[in-house]
Ligand binder design. Structure first.
Ligand SMILES: [Zn+2]
Length: 254
């Protein structure tokens, strides 16, 4: 997709947000009882990552559960508005800023405060490699991808183990086979609660693939799955994402 069409989408998105904000106060809440999700996408390493297809798969995963009202924004500039962020229970980051500018200072402050003050954040696949100059972002991610250090073997089918059967996200879930990239050697030493892990042939280590991070009053669910739509459409991964999003937004899974 050319830059012009990305800008076109972004402009449309922002115009829509602005219109809803002025014409229909609280418009993001028109689905009562549902968890309001802002899915931020629009850039990634290409052609390796088709962010458009994957974000649609994530959206479908959430909406088919019946628990979520999902808005997709293809411009991370949406984070510039604290008022817009405040209308959502959860921000789901599915992007890597390969071509687009990093976040503004205001957007960084907004996102960190959003989580610190008690809202939810989901980090997926390569998102943790974003915004390299932002010192606080690795703390939000718990573990983060560093180009040239982190990696994975060839995309393959592998066994993912439920490491924590007591956490609300993974309670009742069984080990499963993923068909994805097995992310390895993410960096960081912040305290995390590992929920799903797998043995990597590439790093020769057991790698945390899904985990939670406490950040202020808020909750972060970080899952490294999602190289493509097929990887997301695995029913076990879908369940993990649905439950992780519900927990990050509300602190529980019903
Ligand atoms: Zn990938």
């Amino acid at each position: 997709m050319k830059t012009t069409s990305i800008l076109g989408f972004a402009t449309t998105c922002l115009a829509l947000v602005a219109t809803l904000a002025f014409a229909l106060p609280g418009a993001a809440a028109e689905a009562p009882g549902k968890i309001k999700v802002l899915l931020v996408t629009g850039d990634d390493v290409q052609p390796a990552h088709n962010w458009h297809a994957v974000s649609q798969a994530i959206r479908e995963t959430l909406t088919t559960s019946g628990k979520f009202d999902v808005r997709v924004c293809e411009d991370a500039g949406v984070l510039d508005s604290a008022a817009t962020l405040g209308r959502y229970d959860l921000v789901f980051l599915h992007m890597y800023n390969a071509k687009t500018p990093t976040l503004s200072a205001g957007a960084k402050e907004n996102l960190a405060s959003y989580v610190k003050d008690g809202k939810g954040l989901v980090i997926s696949h390569l998102s943790s490699a974003s915004f390299k100059e932002w010192e606080e972002f690795p703390k939000l991610c718990g573990r983060y991808w560093v180009m040239g250090k982190s990696g994975h073997g060839p995309r393959a089918v592998f066994k993912a183990h439920i490491s924590n059967k007591d956490h609300p996200i993974t309670q009742g879930l069984a080990d499963f086979e993923a068909d994805d990239e097995l992310y390895a050697k993410l960096l960081g030493d912040a305290p995390i609660t590992v929920l799903v892990a797998a043995d990597s042939d590439w790093s020769k280590q057991t790698e945390a693939l899904a985990f939670t991070v406490a950040y202020g009053q808020g909750r972060v669910f970080h899952e490294t799955f999602g190289h493509d739509a097929k990887a997301i459409q695995n029913p076990s991964v879908q369940k993990l994402i649905q439950r992780g999003c519900e927990w990050a937004a509300t602190g529980k899974v019903q």
